[in-house]
Design a protein around this ligand. Structure first.
Ligand SMILES: *Cc1c(COP(=O)(O)O)cnc(C)c1O
Length: 223
C-alpha cells in the first residue's frame, strides 16, 4: 500500500463505523488523489470551486466530491451538479442561490449548514441563534432543489483542548436541537461534520459523524 492509502487506512481503523472520512485534497495534485483512490478511498474535499471542477473532470466518475470552502456566489453555477455534498453553506443568500441553480440544472444539491462557534478565525457561518431562527421560522420550506442534511462546524484554532471540546459540544448540541425537534419534521437531517487533522479524535468523542482530514493524510499544503 502507498503512504497516502496507508494513512487513510490507519485513520479509518480508529474510526467508529458510522463516521465518514472526507480526505481533504485541496491544493494537492491529482496524483495524490489517485494514490488514495487506488487504496479504495472515494470521498474527497475541496475548498475552491475551480479546483474541484477541474479535478472532477479528469478523475474517476465514482469519486464523491465535497465542497468545504467559502463558496462565492459567482461560482455556484459551475459547482452545482458536481458535488455530492456542499458542507459550507454559510448564508441564507447562498442557500437560495444554490437552490435556484440546482432547480435550473435539474438536480438536487445536498448541503450542510456551516455554523460559526469558534472565537476567532473564519467569519463564515451561521451563528447558533441565527441557525435556530432559520429553522424555527421554517424558512427552509421555500427550498425546492436543496436537501439540508445537517451541519458542519470548526472548533477554535487553539491548543486549549477544553475550548476545542466545548466548541464541538456546542455544534453537536445545536445539531441535535434542530434534528430532534418534532415540530420541524426534517427528514434526512442526520449529519454533523466536525473534526480536522488536529482535533478529529475529540470531535468523534463529541458526536461527529463526518471528519475532514487533509494534512494528516496528504502532508502539508503548498499554497
Ligand atoms: C482545509 C480544511 C480542512 C482540513 O484541514 P487539515 O487540518 O489539513 O486536516 C477541514 N475542513 C475545512 C473546512 C478546511 O477548510
Amino acid at each position: 500500500m502507498n503512504d497516502i492509502a496507508q494513512r487513510i487506512h490507519d485513520i479509518k481503523a480508529n474510526l467508529p463505523g458510522n463516521v465518514e472520512l472526507v480526505a481533504v485534497s485541496k491544493f494537492h495534485p491529482k496524483e495524490a488523489i489517485m494514490e488514495a483512490y487506488e487504496g479504495g478511498h472515494r470521498v474527497f474535499g475541496e475548498s475552491r470551486a475551480n479546483e474541484l471542477v477541474e479535478k472532477a473532470r479528469s478523475l474517476p466518475d465514482d469519486i464523491e466530491w465535497h465542497f468545504i470552502g467559502h463558496l462565492q456566489t459567482n461560482k455556484v453555477r459551475q459547482l452545482v451538479g458536481k458535488t455530492s455534498l456542499i458542507e459550507s453553506v454559510d448564508s441564507e443568500r447562498l442557500l437560495q442561490l444554490i437552490d435556484r441553480e440546482s432547480e435550473r440544472a435539474g438536480v438536487v444539491t445536498r448541503v450542510l449548514m456551516q455554523v460559526h462557534v469558534a472565537r476567532e478565525e473564519t467569519k463564515f457561518g451561521f451563528l447558533p441563534e441565527e441557525l435556530l431562527e432559520y429553522f424555527r421560522e421554517r424558512r427552509f420550506e421555500t427550498l425546492r432543489a436543496v436537501h439540508i442534511c445537517g451541519v458542519m462546524g470548526m472548533a477554535s484554532n487553539t491548543d486549549d483542548l477544553d475550548r476545542v471540546r466545548a466548541d464541538f459540544r456546542e455544534i453537536y448540541t445545536l445539531f441535535r436541537t434542530v434534528a430532534d425537534d418534532p415540530a420541524l419534521g426534517l427528514r434526512g437531517f442526520d449529519t454533523v461534520s466536525m473534526g480536522m487533522s488536529g482535533d478529529w479524535k475529540i470531535a468523534v468523542e463529541e458526536g461527529s459523524d463526518m471528519i475532514r482530514i487533509g494534512t494528516r493524510i496528504f502532508g502539508p499544503r503548498e499554497y
